[in-house]
Design a protein around this ligand. Structure first.
Ligand code: 5GP
Ligand code: MN
Length: 328
């Protein structure tokens, strides 16, 4: 464990009063949980803390403690903190329009992506941690934060979602240790799993059916990919968060080593979600395309291209990586 970084970050935050916590664009459960749990922790320490994400937060996360405190870019862009803490974000562009603000204020980065570019004044990056929320648990404890039921629930959210509810390859004994502590402190696993996994609309299931109809395979079934156009989202009255988790369905195909979902939302913005099952490092491919992530889950985005063009650019890279790995 990087105890030196934790001690310096603890000392830095404890000696500061005005803190702004930032999460990333297209926020996922781990990001939202990390922002909310650090916010609730710093509130308990009587800090003048605010938190913000330059992106809409999917509505089902609003049932979690601390999430209603997350502000948008417009309400926080003029706020002058003494310190910014960025969570779960591997590069400055991930904070959206806040990127310029990072140059103006002392910045701490807490993250678990190996592709992190170390853009803070203090960086605690632990790629062996399954979630950033798990790092926030360690930090809150190091700062002497007392956990109550609300904070335990907010913190458990990211640990559950970034491990795919304790089934991804990043799930190790430390995940269960922290999760078990949080459940003891009052987090309810069943509330989290039903709120996140069993909260779909019928339109979302129809969008899933479109994605399944669009499936293509390459490399004898080792590469499974699909796409959803902006028109597909509009037809099913869905927005982009409706397809969160869909790429896992592609990876669930027996022969698949790699799975990719190309999704266009809003119009002209293409997000590429990549997953691998056992050995392909998709974060290396995402990184060469200007994105980042983890070896088994990574992504990148393209603006101003049509979806066919992006598919034709990305699929050959995956095919050649799969072939190189097999040859090597
Ligand atoms: P997803 O496919 O669910 O959007 O993202 C999978 C992983 O890749 C997450 O850890 C996410 O933070 C990361 N990721 C997704 N898109 C991007 C991107 O455009 N840039 C970077 N740096 N990371 C990304
Ligand atoms: Mn994460």
């Amino acid at each position: 464990m990087s105890s030196k970084e934790i001690l310096s970050i603890t000392a830095e935050i404890l000696s500061t009063n005005r803190v702004l916590i930032l999460g990333h664009i297209m926020p996922d459960g781990d990001d939202i949980s990390s922002v909310a749990s650090l916010y609730l922790g710093l509130k308990k320490l009587d800090k003048e803390v605010r938190c913000s994400i330059d992106y809409d937060i999917p509505s089902y996360y609003k049932e979690f403690p601390g999430v209603s405190a997350i502000e948008n870019y417009e309400s926080t862009c003029d706020y002058d903190p003494e310190l910014i803490v960025v969570v779960d974000s591997s590069s400055p562009d991930r904070v959206g329009r806040f990127a310029d603000k990072l140059k103006l204020f002392k910045t701490i980065v807490i993250d678990h992506h190996a592709t992190n570019t170390m853009y803070g004044n203090l960086n605690w990056v632990d790629e062996s941690s399954a979630s950033c929320a798990q790092m926030i648990y360690i930090l809150n404890n190091s700062m002497g934060v007392e956990y109550d039921r609300e904070l335990a629930l907010a913190n458990y959210l990211g640990i559950a979602t970034d491990t795919g509810f304790f089934k991804y390859s990043n799930t190790d004994y430390r995940v269960f240790q922290v999760a078990s502590q949080l459940v003891k402190l009052g987090a309810e696993p069943h509330f989290v799993s039903t709120t996140i996994l069993e909260n779909k609309t019928l339109e979302q299931l129809q969008l899933l059916s479109t994605m399944i109809n669009n499936i293509k395979v390459e490399c004898d079934g080792q590469l499974v990919y699909s796409h959803l156009t902006y028109d597909d989202y509009v037809l099913h009255r869905c927005s982009e968060d409706a397809s969160s988790g869909f790429v896992s369905e592609l990876r669930s195909v027996k022969t698949a080593e790699a799975a990719v979902l190309f999704s266009e939302f809003p119009q002209g913005e293409i997000h590429v979600s990549m997953r691998s099952k056992r050995w392909l490092d998709v974060s290396a491919i995402a990184f060469t395309l200007g994105g980042g992530g983890h070896p088994r889950a990574a992504g990148c985005s393209f603006s101003g291209y049509n979806i066919e063009y992006v598919i034709d650019e990305v699929i050959p890279l995956l095919k050649s990586s799969l072939r190189d790995e097999l040859k090597g």
